[in-house]
Design a protein around this ligand. Structure first.
Ligand code: SF4
Ligand code: SF4
Length: 442
């Protein structure tokens, strides 16, 4: 079967030069105005004979073929707001350096697929989501399914997606398809499935050492289990340049390999803040000029933090928008675009999330950072204290706020934080220059 022409994946990539239209021997290409009045080519598939002459003359395609092709390797799960936004930020960083970029859709579900009960539950959830009925835990499964679909649409809109692969059964062709692989950010070196194969993937050991790059990855823990020490050492030693998002991770790398790693800010903080403002979308459940508190708590239950947030909201006469309030279906379905809007426009943000704090800092918001409750709680603390410590905002940690006698929450002062952010961006840029200007990758 002949390959159909694909002129561009996102219309923003087309400059509307009409070269493709002029080259088409079948007159199968028509320039059509979009809602903003810009002319884009559309292909009449009935007339098209798949000669691909249009692709060959397209200046954007020609440019693409000359560019270094980079794959982003990160956690890919379509249900975590911070994960989606950091993925987009890494993509922006690489696109702005002129590379062709794809995010690998690496599924960590190889082991789950053998779990038939889980598969049946998912199947039922899908049916309930379609029918819009269900109670108790099945209602929750269905809600998760809906949320996942909203996140999928976000990924399709904002991420340039590459191959869908199973991390536990990597295709042999993966290494040769790209010139480089970038792992990060997020907790990619956590080993969620406690499997050697997962670490093999996230340490990029399926490809040559000179193709391995890491950008602000995170471990999400302070100590490597003794039985995995050698695996981590081997994985880390495969990188010429090392970086990490938390202080404890930098110390861990030094301890394991003797190498020094660059402590970097999260990529979401490196790209221009305007990029995030352009992405914001007002959720339909929000009324005009409504004053609200955004509650974004990822810890299991997080009851203590919820109770405190409630007291602060009552005192300030604010409506509570709690994204993980499952009874409020619309809140729970909030997608990353809406999350950005909610942070930007909230009076106060109560969060135990790394990205909840990062975006509060970026948008100069009034926020309070709670200790994470439930599993993985201690591991989270280092990431949050590194972040708030770096920006001189430790007084925004819940414990510090209690120690200070619960003062009234007024907007934090961001003069110092902005100065530090500027310096951190220079440091981040220097790291990127060093890594990408490496002789082998030019
Ligand atoms: S593939 Fe050939 S026939 Fe089809 S649109 Fe392109 S130039 Fe025209
Ligand atoms: S040649 Fe490429 S850039 Fe020019 S109009 Fe066609 S698709 Fe767009």
């Amino acid at each position: 079967m002949k390959k159909s022409p694909v002129l561009f994946e996102k219309k923003e990539l087309c400059c509307g030069c009409t070269a493709c239209q002029a080259a088409c021997p079948q007159n199968a290409i028509h320039m059509v105005k979009d809602e903003e009045g810009f002319n884009y080519p559309t292909i009449d598939r009935v007339c098209c004979v798949s000669c691909l002459k249009c692709e060959k003359v397209c200046p954007i395609k020609i440019q693409e073929q000359k560019r270094c092709k980079i794959a982003i390797i990160t956690l890919y799960d379509d249900n975590n707001i911070g994960n989606k936004l950091q993925n987009f930020a890494v993509q922006e960083i690489l696109l702005n350096r002129g590379y062709e970029v794809r995010t690998i859709v690496g599924e960590l579900e190889g082991q789950d697929n053998k779990n038939y009960i889980l598969q049946i539950k998912r199947y039922i959830a899908r049916i309930i989501a379609i029918l819009g009925c269900g109670k108790g835990k099945y209602k929750r499964y269905a809600l998760d399914e809906k949320r996942c679909n909203r996140f999928k649409r976000f990924s399709e809109k904002y991420l340039l997606l590459g191959e869908k692969i199973n991390v536990f059964n990597l295709p042999n062709t993966l290494s040769q398809t790209y010139d480089c692989f970038v792992v990060g950010s997020d907790q990619v070196w956590h080993n969620w499935t406690a499997s050697e194969q997962e670490l093999y993937y996230f340490f990029l050991q399926f490809t040559d050492k000179k193709k391995r790059i890491c950008i602000a990855p995170s471990f999400g823990f302070d100590a490597v289990p003794s039985e995995e020490r050698d695996i981590y050492i081997k994985g880390l030693e495969g990188f010429e340049y090392l970086s990490c998002r938390e202080e404890s991770g930098v110390a861990l790398i030094r301890d394991l390999t003797g190498k020094s790693a660059e402590l970097l800010i999260d990529p979401t903080m490196y790209i221009p803040v305007k990029t995030w403002h352009d992405m914001e979308k007002k959720p339909s459940y929000l009324q005009t000029n409504e004053k609200y508190m955004l509650v974004y708590l990822l810890g299991n239950g997080a009851q203590k933090a919820r109770n405190e947030s409630k007291i602060i909201a009552q005192k300030n006469k604010l409506r509570i928008i709690d994204i993980f309030e499952f009874e409020q279906e619309n809140f729970y379905l909030t997608n990353p675009e809406e999350f950005l809007y909610l942070v930007e426009n909230a009076e106060i943000i109560c969060t135990d999330s790394f990205h909840g704090c990062a975006f509060s800092i970026l948008f100069h918001k009034n926020f309070l950072c709670f200790n994470r409750e439930g599993t993985n709680a201690e591991n989270m603390e280092n990431r949050l204290s590194t972040l708030l410590g770096k920006f001189c905002l430790k007084n925004r940690m819940f414990d510090e706020w209690i120690k200070a006698g619960k003062p009234e929450l007024t907007a934090a002062v961001y003069y110092e934080a902005e100065k530090i952010l500027k310096e951190e961006k220079v440091k981040f840029g220097r790291y990127l220059d060093e890594v990408f200007n490496n002789e082998d990758r030019r």
